[in-house]
Design a protein. Structure first.
Length: 475
């Protein structure tokens, strides 16, 4: 029995995976994709969303939530009703949205590989316990986009006196955009966690794996679904999720996993910037090309065209990722509102607005992305005091806005208006020189080299563990 989306032609199907999608920005990204797909794509098109979660119970909750969202949107959206035939039927609209929720722990190297193998070569189904459409034993023929949203902060709380001092000395806007008062937990080593059954060495850091390395492995194993046979085919998109806090000082090149670095989350996001923005550069391509080439030589020969890699960040939004006690969360939310009133472009009012950049990179026509050289830009979600949302080019330490030297005159002459102007939302006001860009590219190359080395090491470990498990199960 075929999948329900098989009634549509391949060019009217859109397959999107969003990791860490059971709450927050990941869930909001799925909501946005549903809305924008229904409002902009063919009235006969089908959207197949694959929100990943870490458990079957979270998968069921996520599927139910997104189905309700699709139903509510189809019932209440005047814009959707106006673009549809006179005999508008909300249920027929909802029937074109399909939710298939795989479960994966991005710190489980073998589990990542197993999930990708099932998606690429086998059949998938949702957990039992759903009402309505129950997807069972369906095949996913391709992926058009993967949004790498999942992550882990690794903080235990925040220093109240440090927060007061930073706000008093640097102001609210800067303090809640680039806070230095969060209290980090010591980096957990996954090798010491019994649930993963990893060898004692080499060490694997939890935050590094949850934010970067797990996604890195996942994308490589999903390449049979992400690569295309011909350059004339629309390429798939890999969309990394970074942070506005990914400053250069957070990253120590000799400690790529932040095993000794107390700000592991910010380090992981800086690493994300370095990898994403240098993917297509000649200096990095000997290593990035290996990552974007399927391990199976036959698949690599049949599908030689890799996906495009893009970089987004959600701005700043009140979420449980930030270590604020529940009884102070309301105050934290109001401080973010004040920051927006003071002119910050990054303090998004809701997770839905924060999902703008990732959703835009999924839905924007390929020709538009190519024309703007989108793969060279860190795209941030932004809104103004009137909550008008948009995407904004974000300055990256050492890279500038698009990997080119930038001085004060270039910033002043920017023609963008309002919060989109280059001068708005900067961290440190300094020029980006040609030497800065060269150093960024060189550091990116070093990171790619180390990531490929780590991938080879941990794929061998996963393979050995898989063989051992097979022997045990065989007995």
């Amino acid at each position: 029995m075929g999948a329900p989306w098989d009634v549509a032609s391949p060019d009217e199907q859109l397959f999107v995976m969003v990791t860490g999608a059971n709450s927050g920005i990941g869930l909001a990204t799925c909501e946005r994709l549903i809305n924008e797909f229904l409002l902009t794509r063919a009235l006969t098109g089908h959207l197949i969303l694959l929100p990943t979660t870490r458990s079957a119970s979270k998968a069921l909750d996520t599927i139910s939530h997104l189905r309700r969202h699709a139903s509510d949107f189809a019932r209440t959206s005047l814009a959707l009703r106006n673009r549809s035939p006179s005999s508008y039927d909300p249920q027929s609209v909802v029937s074109r949205i399909h939710i298939l929720s795989p479960q994966v722990d991005l710190c489980d190297v073998r589990g990542i590989r197993d999930l990708a193998e099932r998606l690429c070569t086998g059949e998938m189904g949702n957990p039992k316990g759903l009402e309505g459409e129950y997807l069972h034993a369906v095949r996913v023929p391709r992926l058009d986009a993967v949004v790498l949203n999942a992550g882990f902060g690794g903080w235990s709380g925040f220093n109240v006196f440090g927060a007061i001092w930073q706000i008093g000395s640097q102001g609210i806007q800067r303090s809640v955009t680039w806070p230095n008062f969060k209290t980090p937990m010591p980096t957990r080593i996954l090798n010491k966690q019994p649930g993963y059954d990893y060898p004692p060495k080499p060490p694997l850091g939890e935050v590094f794996c949850a934010c970067v390395f797990g996604h890195y492995l996942l994308v490589h194993h999903l390449l049979p679904l992400l690569c295309r046979a011909s350059p004339s085919d629309t390429p798939a998109r890999v969309i990394w999720s970074s942070s506005v806090e990914a400053v250069a000082s957070a990253f120590i090149p000799s400690d790529i996993q932040a095993l000794s670095n107390p700000i592991a989350y910010e380090s992981a996001k800086r690493l994300t910037d370095l990898l994403a923005l240098t993917t297509s550069l000649p200096s990095s391509s000997p290593h990035s090309r290996q990552w974007l080439t399927p391990s199976d030589a036959n698949v690599a020969a049949q599908k030689p065209c890799p996906p495009k890699v893009y970089l987004s960040h959600p701005g700043v939004v009140a979420s449980t990722l930030f270590p604020v006690p529940w009884f102070l969360f309301w105050a934290y939310k109001w401080i973010l509102v004040v920051a927006r009133w003071l002119g910050s472009p990054w303090h998004c009012a809701t997770s839905y607005i924060a999902s703008k950049s990732a959703g835009w990179l999924v839905m924007e026509p390929q020709a538009s992305l190519d024309a703007s050289q989108a793969e060279r830009v860190k795209w941030g979600s932004t809104c103004d005091t009137k909550l008008r949302e948009s995407v904004k080019r974000t300055e990256v330490d050492g890279w500038g806005w698009e990997g080119k030297p930038v001085d004060a005159e270039k910033v002043r002459s920017d023609t963008a208006e309002g919060v989109l102007h280059m001068s708005i939302g900067r961290n440190k006001i300094r020029d980006t020189t040609e030497e800065d860009v060269k150093q960024f590219e060189e550091l990116g190359k070093q990171c790619w080299q180390e990531m490929e080395r780590l991938r080879a090491v941990w794929e061998e470990i996963a393979e050995e563990k898989g063989m051992l498990d097979a022997q045990i199960n065989g007995k």
